[in-house]
Design a protein around this ligand. Structure first.
Ligand code: NAD
Ligand code: UDP
Length: 308
């Protein structure tokens, strides 16, 4: 079986490539390295793995048969998509359109990596897949949220109109080794600050919540969804919810750090609460997260210690 992973040199994509190779797939990794790095895939030494440097907003021609397309390409951290607003919109729109075209041509099954950001600043908690969201289309985060909402819409259109076999995963905050130390997301920020002996920067008053999923659980859920026969969106994330202030204190305690907490301005439209309802994933995929916050953070801290 042959699988193509867009964004395969990124954080999640590279872990997904590892999982697919371990399961015996031949893997084509497509990435333009705009936020990813070949360092994430340089450990892969097998002729069943091919890396193609390509921007998926341009059409992609592949000679081989492809059975599965996992479309993960997109800037994903708030500072990345704020710096790359047009590329973010283009990869969600044109990139998804091109990869759906490839899936149609190859008669491949297609999975879209969507996001909890489609719920925007949600008015219900936890978020079920039926919730339509509360997104500001013209705010700074709109470039990411609306690109992903469009990507979901075109995926469903290809499914309904062309009969393409499609999947949509709504990924909630995921962390682990191979995140960029400077990608601005809260996990690398706090761990990096604690390692450097700097103060931890909590945005706003830290009462906003997030739910953190370890990367091995996330890619397991993504794979199971691809193998299922369910075409509507499925949340994959860890339902254990923490305020960001609590989370900062967990990091300080776990790392035995002398760092203090300082409060900074809350980014515009920063969601106040976020927690997945994973009833669907449990029922349809037999999936739930296995790695607890402490175990996952231990691995992640070990990784950042090594690279710093
Ligand atoms: P990442 O930035 O590490 O990976 C994204 C990869 O996509 C990078 O390697 C980048 O170079 C590549 N890419 C971007 N635009 C491209 C283009 N036009 N052509 C080819 N490659 C391109 O981020 P990540 O955290 O691994 O996220 C992967 C996917 O998962 C994204 O679609 C993201 O929206 C989604 N997601 C991630 C999270 C999370 O917490 N990590 C949460 C929700 C959704
Ligand atoms: N955050 C923070 N300090 C940081 C980085 C992030 O308080 O140094 C907050 C951010 O405002 C948000 C949460 O942590 O409320 C998660 O941010 P992240 O960028 O990881 O992802 P998001 O869930 O916002 O996409």
């Amino acid at each position: 079986m042959k699988a193509l992973v867009t964004g395969g040199a990124g954080f999640l994509g590279s872990h997904l490539c590892d999982l697919l190779l371990a399961k015996g797939y031949e893997v084509f990794c497509v990435d333009n390295l705009i936020t990813g790095s070949v360092r994430n895939i340089e450990h892969i030494k097998t002729d069943k793995f091919t890396y193609m440097k390509h921007d998926v907003t341009k059409p992609l021609y592949v000679e081989d048969n492809i059975d599965f397309i996992f479309h993960l390409a997109s800037p994903a951290s708030p500072i990345d998509y704020l710096e790359l607003p047009i590329q973010t919109l283009k990869v969600g729109a044109l990139g998804t359109y091109n990869m759906l075209g490839l899936a149609k041509e190859k008669k491949a099954r297609f999975l879209l990596a969507s996001t909890s950001e489609v719920y925007g600043d949600p008015l219900v908690n936890p978020q079920t897949e039926e919730y339509w969201g509360n997104v500001n289309p013209i705010g700074p985060r709109g470039v990411y949220d609306e690109a992903k909402r469009y990507a979901e819409a075109i995926t469903m259109a290809y499914h309904r109109y062309h009969g393409i076999n499609t999947r949509i995963v709504r990924i909630f905050n995921t962390y682990g080794p191979r995140m960029r130390l400077n990608d601005g997301r809260v996990v690398p920020n706090f761990i990096g600050q604690a390692l450097r002996g700097e103060n931890l920067t909590v945005y706003g008053d830290g009462s906003q919540t997030r739910s953190f999923c370890y990367v091995s659980d996330e890619v397991d859920g993504i794979y199971r969804l691809m193998m299922s026969d369910y075409s509507l969106p499925v949340n994959i994330g860890n339902p254990e919810e923490h305020t960001i202030l609590e989370f900062a204190n967990i990091i300080i305690k776990m790392m035995g750090s002398g760092s203090k907490i300082v409060f900074k301005e809350l980014p515009v439209d920063d969601p106040k609460q976020r927690r997945p309802d994973i009833s669907k994933a449990r029922k349809l995929l037999g999936w739930e997260p296995k790695v607890g916050l402490e175990g996952g953070l231990r691995e992640t801290i070990g990784y950042f210690r090594e690279i710093l």
